[in-house]
Design a protein around this ligand. Structure first.
Ligand SMILES: [Fe+2]
Ligand SMILES: [Fe+2]
Length: 163
């Protein structure tokens, strides 16, 4: 059966980011462990706590919509994770290169989440789901802040890796 309702697309996208956020709660501890730079480590740990809150907010959205909180397998975020895993396995990077790499891996995930929440906000606005949109906006603000921190760290670590 073909999808014809914007609300179905909204739910699909919600399930997609719900899957992605859950995956990130298991990926971020690994990134924190792999990072050598204390500030980068701390940044991943902080974003892990925020990510747990993101999952929580999405569960609130499911409740608002009166739908079961279930994820929909998201090949996009799986691919970002697979890219990270492959690099770490194949390249066995030095600590400096590893830190520089991790800022890029993290930034890829943040860009994915930012695109997902921006889309959900647009759809949610069109559907009049004001309470859901407010929760998405809170998550989006965290993702944007996390991306900005990663970009700052990337500049610092790229210079350090060169030295
Ligand atoms: Fe998130
Ligand atoms: Fe994030």
């Amino acid at each position: 059966m073909s999808m014809t309702e914007p609300r179905e697309l909204f739910l699909h996208d919600l399930r997609d980011i719900y899957y992605a956020e859950q995956l990130l709660t298991t990926a971020l501890p690994k990134l924190a462990e792999e990072a050598t730079d204390p500030k980068l480590k701390e940044g991943f740990e902080k974003h892990l706590q925020q990510t747990k809150e993101h999952v929580n907010r999405l569960e609130q959205v499911f409740a608002i919509l009166d739908e079961d909180a279930t994820g929909e397998k998201c090949p996009g975020i799986d691919g970002i994770k697979a890219e990270h895993d492959k690099f770490m396995k194949d390249e066995d990077p030095s600590p400096e290169i590893c830190d520089a790499f991790l800022t890029g891996a993290g930034a890829r995930a943040e860009h994915y989440e930012i695109a997902a929440y921006s889309g959900l906000i647009t759809l949610g606005d069109a559907l009049g789901e004001r309470d859901a949109v407010e929760l998405f906006e809170q998550n989006l603000a965290d993702e944007k802040a996390a991306l900005a921190e990663l970009e700052t760290a990337a500049k610092k670590l790229a210079t350090a890796a060169k030295a």
